[in-house]
Design a protein around this ligand. Sequence first.
Ligand code: KG4
Ligand code: ZN
Length: 351
Amino acid sequence: MLFLGIETSCDETAAALVEQTGEGKRLRILANVVASQAEIHREWGGVVPELASRQHVRDICGVVERALEQGQVTLDAVDGIAVTQGPGLVGSLLVGLSFAKSLAAARDIPLVPVHHLAGHIESLFLHNGELPLPSVVLVVSGGHTSLYLVPTAGVYMLLGRTRDDAAGEAYDKVARLLGLGYPGGPAIDRLAQHGNDRAVTLPLARITHRDRNAPGAAGTRDFSYSGLKTAVLRYVEHRKTQGGWPLPEAGLADLCASFQRVVVESLLDRLFDAAHAHGAASVGVAGGVSANSRLRADVVARGQRERLQVFIPSLALSTDNAAMIAAAGIRRYAAGVRAGADLNADASLNL
Ligand code: KG4
Ligand code: ZN
């Protein structure tokens, strides 16, 4: 069975072909094409929604054609289409969704809606095969920082999430503050490699109380990054008044390394605490920030220390892509999920 995945939730136009083969039902990626809009949004220091949707319109046909070329197949070989329904920027989502609906109708093949974060979680299964379950998975990206329990394949139970900024958003905002450009994650990651991660003391809020806005949720495994961003801002302002600005190269590296240490430790503390509390057989980290070199190294080291198997996606499957959407779509298709022509985008879709 061959699925075409389509992803346009933010600033990447992506199409991929994923095939499920044989008895083991292993997944194989035939094509994975991503057209990034980073160049367009860099000028503005972040994603501009209207520019993003317009660029998706320009790119979507070419990206799907390139995926077919890369996979060396024609549309006749495609058995179904998986598309990101939400969450994301509604104008961006609508481009992929309308394209997928039209193509599914024209070819008379099934259409399967996918939650973007289910896609990130499934990137772990796509890259590593079936994980030992139950697993606790941290999805950490520009828009989300959420912890899920996966008791059986295809079931995702929310254990905690950020109350304010996502970790990737904190990376992007701090990078902007330091004049490092957009997206900020890779730039801070690179600089931090030459810095002293204890040079600057940065506090991090530890959430231990229930969320007044979500009384149903326990909330004690929630994250918070807006205070950390403010702490970096205060540090920069202090340096400016003391005449210590711009920071010399080494000082900038120290600040990036110190920020990164706090972020990574806070993410991993909650991930491993939750894994032990739920008797997990494995842990996973997915989403754009899982491309971070320190997060990747530290989660593996900590897994060895705490005797938990650790799973991370390849770098290509960490940041937004459509292969993960196709993989999630294949799982949902097997569970009987189908969408009709009335399918609509949902900017704040729940998982
Ligand atoms: O999953 P993703 O591609 O898009 C969303 O769903 O948001 O994640 C993008 C986020 C951005 O905030 C970007 O700065 C961050 O992932 N990111 C990184 C790294 N590479 C991308 N953050 C830290 N270190 C990296 N190497
Ligand atoms: Zn994402």
